[in-house]
Design a protein around this ligand. Sequence first.
Ligand SMILES: NC(=O)c1ccc[n+]([C@@H]2O[C@H](COP(=O)([O-])OP(=O)(O)OC[C@H]3O[C@@H](n4cnc5c(N)ncnc54)[C@H](O)[C@@H]3O)[C@@H](O)[C@H]2O)c1
Length: 332
Amino acid sequence: MSAPLGVGVVGLGAMGASHVDTLVTQVPGTAVTAVHDADAGRGAEAAARLSAREATDPLDLVADPGVDAVVVCSPDPTHLEIVLACVRAGKPVLCEKPLGVTAEESAQVVEAESAAGRRLVTVGFMRRFDPAYLDLREAVAAGAVGRPVLVHNVHRNAAPHPAATDESVVVNSMVHELDVLPWLLGGAVTGVHVRAPQGEGLRDPQLAVVELDGGRVLASVEVYLAARYGYDIRCEVVGTDGTVALRPPGTLVHAVAGSQGTPVPADFRIRFAEAYRRELLAWAGAAREGGATGATAWDGHVANLVSAAGVQSLHSGQSVAVPAASVPELYR
Ligand SMILES: NC(=O)c1ccc[n+]([C@@H]2O[C@H](COP(=O)([O-])OP(=O)(O)OC[C@H]3O[C@@H](n4cnc5c(N)ncnc54)[C@H](O)[C@@H]3O)[C@@H](O)[C@H]2O)c1
């Protein structure tokens, strides 16, 4: 039997702890060999529980000879430095979305990976592994609704992350839909207009109209981080012959206290548990061969280009065009 893939995990908060748990319980042939969190208590606790080394910082973790591949789950502004270190070290890396906080940052990753001449970076756009989204994509590709003309997306969280800002509503949250739309339909996002209702404090909710292929398809995206009632992800594709939509998750219908309905997941870890499992399985398989799978650094960069236009639109109140970008050799 070959040795397990040694995985180093940076950031052990909600996403990192979830990925560690999934790796340990559901991804055979992997071992979490090193961890690091800026909160030393969190790092030490995980290291002891997993019999892993607690690295002194993210770069120490990347350099650890016991680490074959890295999962990055620290806050968005930390992603760039760690991913670049992984590319330099020739180690496959699953970087949680977004791939850096600006398109300038993600461009640096694309450049570094292109210079290395091989794909090492996977971006954690896990919806690409979600069974319901995969069914939706297959139905659209099979022509089930004719030619798609509209897409309606809803992305609600119970509460914002404490670090949420007006801009991160787009860059950190809406980026999921900005990646999913071209993946779902083919083609490219060519324009975006983001608005938020007048109010105090965090500009939340936000509503975007996203244009694909010069306006052949239009999509609405609602992101509402403080929706309170739970984590609710919806997507409906409207075509010339009908519509197709994600079914609400869950298998039960509760009839209690005068109302009837399906439970809403509390957060992303519940709604996308299967997507994370499939994502990590695929990633570990590719990493064992020294490569990558799923969303590429280029996909992460393209999503960041759209996010940047979205942030510009939020501030200006105007619709903003997204410049066409030519795909580098490595990603063709
Ligand atoms: N794919 C998804 O569905 C999804 C869902 C949630 C979060 N995420 C992404 O995962 C990342 C983490 O989000 P989260 O919700 O787990 O946040 P979190 O706040 O729960 O956890 C972040 C962790 O990183 C640690 N940290 C802070 N600075 C650090 C540093 N410089 N080096 C190492 N560790 C550091 C914190 O102490 C904390 O434990 C973000 O990039 C976020 O966008 C992805």
